[in-house]
Design a protein around this ligand. Structure first.
Ligand SMILES: Nc1ncnc2c1ncn2[C@@H]1O[C@H](COP(=O)(O)OP(=O)(O)OP(=O)(O)O)[C@@H](O)[C@H]1O
Length: 301
């Protein structure tokens, strides 16, 4: 099957202050992929490039096998985008004005679906843009992005500012959206619980550097914290061992549970306890492995 999105060797820099890339990944249809990374890592810049609102300095981006600028209209009609900050037309006064614009721009606009989404997020159709709260803007942005039944949803921190009821409604609605098996979602988020509940794949980006793309379940199966009775210098060289702390019992973090388990058993120092790792701890160790630590940004110069 043709990838819904292919990002190849994409690089972007802002003056001498920020370098993003090279980014390389592709998304098969039917999956949810989360983009995770600290503030200022380039997640929104990536999303803006996918919508042709920012331009890569190098590399190529293909959506549905098409590229910008030639196929921009087709790409955008098949995509639902929730930006980090919605910038709407100043002339719009009520939701009706937005609907008029969206239903004209998207031939596949579904009136009933939009009404369903308005109800789901408890949005009043008479809502006015002036003075609209951050959370309400976000809910409206999600409803507008989904009502034309896009093939790909690009969600930039969609639950930022949402109350817990709206967040839950969004997660359930995204699950429903995925039911046909042909839709795809790429979402940036800082909420690990959201990644756990929704994502099939995770792309880690740290201060512009892509640390990897992983299948979430594989990541959670392979990365473990294990405890053994005694420390040994050799265990630090065992396959997968990322960190070893304490003197007895010793806590070992591994990215390759089975290999580490075997090596420890062969050494006669068997595992006495195993725990799953949270995604944020996995991310922390990946950052260390790649030599990036919190707050250490890469400059272009
Ligand atoms: N238009 C721009 N001009 C100059 N620098 C920019 C511009 N847009 C983004 N940047 C810089 O690019 C870097 C990445 O920003 P970006 O918003 O893409 O990160 P992010 O991962 O989405 O962050 P957050 O998690 O805080 O939303 C930051 O250092 C930011 O200041």
């Amino acid at each position: 099957m043709e990838p819904v999105l292919t990002v190849s060797d994409v690089r972007k820099h802002y003056d001498n202050r920020f370098v993003l890339g090279p980014l390389n990944f592709s998304l098969e249809p039917g999956y949810i992929t989360a983009v995770v990374g600290p503030n200022g890592s380039g997640k929104s810049t990536l999303f803006r490039m996918l919508m042709s609102l920012a331009y890569p300095d190098e590399g190529s981006i293909r959506l549905f096998g098409r590229s910008y600028p030639e196929n921009g209209v087709e790409i955008k009609r098949r995509t639902g985008y929730v930006p980090e900050l919605s910038e709407w037309d100043d002339s719009w006064r009520t939701v009706k004005d937005a609907v008029r614009f969206y239903s004209h721009w998207y031939p596949n606009w579904q009136k009933d679906r939009f009404q369903e989404l308005m109800q789901l997020y408890s949005l009043d159709p008479k809502l006015r843009f002036k003075g609209m709260s951050k959370g309400v803007r976000r809910k409206l942005s999600i409803a507008l992005a989904m009502a034309h039944d896009p093939d790909l949803l690009l969600l930039d921190e969609p639950s930022s500012g949402l109350d817990p009821f709206a967040s839950r409604a969004m997660v359930e609605d995204i699950h429903r959206f995925m039911e046909s098996g042909s839709k795809s979602v790429l979402m940036a988020t800082h909420i690990m619980d959201e990644v756990k509940k929704l994502a099939d794949y995770v792309i880690f980006i740290c201060y512009g550097q892509q640390l990897g793309m992983y299948e979430k379940d594989v990541l959670l199966d392979e990365w473990k914290a294990v405890w053994v009775e005694r420390s040994s210098d050799r265990s630090k060289q065992f396959p997968g061992v990322m960190e070893s702390s304490g003197s007895g019992p010793v806590r070992i973090v591994t990215s390759s549970f089975e290999e580490t388990r075997q090596a420890l058993a062969e050494e006669g120092n068997p595992i006495i306890k195993t725990e799953s790792l949270e995604l944020d701890e996995i991310f922390y160790h990946l950052m260390n492995k790649h030599g990036v630590s919190a707050g250490k940004e890469r400059g272009a110069g």
